[in-house]
Design a protein around this ligand. Structure first.
Ligand SMILES: [Zn+2]
Length: 459
């Protein structure tokens, strides 16, 4: 089966919506591409409620020449829906998921599959053999400058002002966004300047329940997580991408000079998800993908440390840190194939589709799983046994201790807002916890416990 065309990807997504209308909705994203194409997403799940299920966003074909991502995304969606309808499990080589696993993904997750983020670029790269390495979109620089295309994976609003933000020694690193319009890594005229990028921004804005994102690329056999601009560190919270005090020093491997702050809970959650994806891929046919922080990703033709700007996953994860209205999104990316051909021959691509699909299912299972963190010291006994563990008073996300177990909670679940509001009251007045609390306080506390119970049952 040859690679799908742009039209086949779109009709494939429409067909799935028609076949599984109770759990699929085909959404048109708001920004048309330069050549007038509409980019779409297939939303899968029981989305008749108000969208408080764990959202997982899959992106494919951000880079025009990485054709297999779209074929994988479509195949994954089709397999999952077919297995759900028939009530069977799902197997990819040696990795198997039970019928309950499949059903729970449909019941508890809210999946968004963008089959082809960059359709103009894909269409061009498939048009003639000479175009097959085309990576960018197809928009000319402006009305009078015909130089074409921006690298969508360098166009997002994350450290876009490279010369200001980064150490001069890394500004020309081969993985960094480029200021040169003819470069394959040209970052574009401004942050989120391209329709293809703005469509993803719009999806994240409109669906704050999206908690995970997986961006499918090739090649290299890696599963990656933030940060991409510098080594991670968790001891100096002031060292962040949005702190201008650190302009001009980011991007070198010297973590004492600059390391990008990451919340240790976030880092462990992302690491656990990466491990789950790597394990599922490995089980299929023994392909050993590597889980790695994006900054440490070994890249052909580049060094061991490869700072990035404007990329999808760092943008997704950075949003909540600069915008109090944005929810936290854990951005991950996979570079499929252990080989170096971005367009592997058909038989190998079919194997890769199985590898990556297994990883995608594993991520969904990870996203819908109750998150129980066991790294805390034993909390004091409270009556009832409930307390806040980290600061979520401002709207989370964070950890709460519910009935003997720590649970990670995250807006925008409306019940969660209520819960957070109540928890806030208790945290500022801890004496309200105990058996001495008077009626109205006790009542409020019971309400918190009830909300938490409901949450736990849903999880
Ligand atoms: Zn790519």
């Amino acid at each position: 089966m040859p690679y799908l065309t742009v039209e086949e990807i779109e009709s494939g997504l429409s067909d799935l919506e028609a076949r599984y209308p109770s759990v699929c909705r085909h959404i048109a994203l708001p920004h048309r591409t330069y050549e007038g194409r509409t980019v779409t997403a297939l939303r899968i799940g029981r989305h008749d409620d108000d969208g408080n299920r764990a959202g997982v966003l899959f992106l494919a074909n951000v880079h025009a020449n990485e054709w297999g991502g779209s074929d994988t995304a479509l195949s994954f969606a089709s397999d999952l829906l077919q297995a759900w309808e028939s009530g069977t499990g799902l197997s990819y080589g040696g990795t198997a998921f039970s019928a309950d696993d499949v059903a729970s993904i449909i019941d508890l997750c809210d999946l968004f599959v963008v089959g082809c983020v960059n359709p103009d670029g894909r269409a061009y790269s498939q048009e003639a053999p000479a175009n097959k390495d085309w990576r960018k979109n197809r928009r000319p620089l402006n009305d009078t400058d015909p130089r074409i295309g921006a690298d969508i994976n360098r166009n997002f609003d994350f450290l876009f002002d490279i010369e200001r933000a980064f150490d001069p020694s890394v500004v020309d690193a081969p993985t960094m966004g480029s200021l040169a319009p003819l470069s394959d890594h040209y970052q574009g005229i401004g942050p989120n300047s391209e329709a293809e990028s703005r469509n993803i921004v719009a999806l994240l804005d409109e669906h704050p329940n999206i908690a995970w994102m997986l961006d499918i690329h090739c090649t290299g056999g890696q599963v990656m997580r933030s940060w991409g601009d510098a080594p991670n560190q968790s001891s100096r919270p002031e060292m962040t991408f949005y702190n201008p005090d650190f302009d001009g020093v980011r991007g070198t491997p010297d973590v004492t000079r600059y390391g990008e702050y990451i919340d240790p809970h976030d880092e462990s959650r992302m690491s656990e998800a990466v491990t789950a994806i790597v394990g599922a891929i490995h089980g299929v046919r023994d392909q050993r993908y590597t889980g790695v922080q994006l900054f440490n990703r070994p890249t052909a033709g580049a060094g061991l440390f490869n700072p990035m700007s404007g990329d999808t996953i760092d943008y997704a994860y950075s949003r909540h840190l600069v915008n109090p209205d944005a929810s936290c999104v854990y951005g991950l990316a996979v570079e499929f194939s252990l080989g170096d051909d971005p367009q592997p021959p058909d038989d190998e691509m079919q194997n890769i589709i199985a590898d990556v699909s297994a990883g995608m299912v594993a991520l969904c299972l990870h996203a819908r799983r109750p998150v129980i963190h066991t790294g805390f010291e034993k909390p004091p006994i409270l009556t009832p046994d409930f307390r806040i563990l980290t600061g979520i008073i401002d709207g989370g996300p964070g950890w709460v201790w519910v009935n003997g177990r720590p649970v990670f909670v995250k807006p925008p679940d409306p019940r969660m807002y209520e819960l957070l509001r109540r928890v806030g009251e208790f945290q500022v007045a801890p004496e309200l916890y105990g058996p001495d609390a008077v009626g109205s306080q006790r009542e409020a506390l019971q309400q918190v416990v009830g909300l938490a119970q409901g949450l736990l049952e849903e999880l």
